[in-house]
Design a protein around this ligand. Sequence first.
Ligand SMILES: NC(=O)c1ccc[n+]([C@@H]2O[C@H](COP(=O)([O-])OP(=O)(O)OC[C@H]3O[C@@H](n4cnc5c(N)ncnc54)[C@H](OP(=O)(O)O)[C@@H]3O)[C@@H](O)[C@H]2O)c1
Length: 348
Amino acid sequence: MASQTAVYIVGARGYSGQVLVQLCQRHPEIKLAGLCVTDASWSPSETFPFLSGVPALDVDSVLNTLSKDDCVFLATPAGASNSLAPKFLDAGAKVIDLSGAFRLPPDERGSWYPLDWPADLDFSSIAFGIQPFDSPSQQTRLVSNPGCYATASMLALIPLLKASLIETDWVVVDAKSGVTGAGRKATESLLFSEVDEDFRAYRVFKHQHQPEIEYTCQRLTGQEVSLQFTTHLVPMKQGLQVSLYAKSKSTSLDIDTLLKAYQDAFEQDPFVRVEAFESDQGESVLAKTAMVKGSPYAGIACAVSKGQVFVSCVIDNLWKGAASQAIQNFNAIYGLDSWSGLVEVGDS
Ligand SMILES: NC(=O)c1ccc[n+]([C@@H]2O[C@H](COP(=O)([O-])OP(=O)(O)OC[C@H]3O[C@@H](n4cnc5c(N)ncnc54)[C@H](OP(=O)(O)O)[C@@H]3O)[C@@H](O)[C@H]2O)c1
């Protein structure tokens, strides 16, 4: 690539936006050209004391400033993304949206995202970006980055479907996330004094990532999965774990065949590591949220016994579940290596 790509981040002081700023700042092919927040008096140094030379801009200034093929990351709620993405696309930018606004077809968004579909936006032109199963091309103008729960769930589930190893009439995905998964807005139920030393299920049968997982599994594998998907809030800041339970098609399924399904699926991917739960202690070092915190990695561990399959997948919700996967999608649409700009730096 001849020169760096100018990148703008809308929602820069939100939790995902903050990680995106860090990642863009050190990406060799990115020039961070502007940060957008909703407060005109905000200065980047309030949130990023070590960042220099990157201006705070409002949306109109970005629209007036950007050149064709510059990139805009939308780290905004679905309603904001729904109205902002078409404007940036019309101005010639490529857009990577972290919200759920464009993850489901217009006729399936329904009550999950009660928004009017933008006029002139063709759903078939949008690339979904679950890495490594999707890889948006350099022709892509709008990437829809997957949800955090959906990412970990699909990394655990899709290899099993591709290898036809499990029954699909009832798959349980039991998912837990740290509190940053809910974003930075002030909400009483997310106060420290409410979540500390508490553990709860929420949005039971009502979580918007369930249709996203079902739709994407069908799209990528042609299989319809009947999913029981439950989300839980864990009293920690960052990290997400899913436990997947399924019945194998064959009662003689062994761990080598199970492991091979994951190894085949992630052979070319630098960010997903796989192992079996140790047979003596039934433990895995890899599938611990602490191992992936502040990193672009996903850890998967699997086990099988008497036809019962168990898979654990861990990610950092703000990294692989949001910002670092968005950078992988940036790399894909600008023709760069998937790992470009993504090195492990510890806690974010
Ligand atoms: N948190 C996660 O683990 C995670 C994972 C995957 C995907 N996501 C998705 O990524 C998006 C951002 O999530 P988040 O957790 O980072 O949220 P967040 O911490 O609540 O930040 C959202 C940001 O959006 C900005 N914003 C809100 N309305 C806006 C508008 N109308 N115009 C411009 N900016 C607006 C806010 O800016 P101001 O601060 O300036 O008001 C805020 O900083 C959401 O769609 C979320 O569903 C989040």
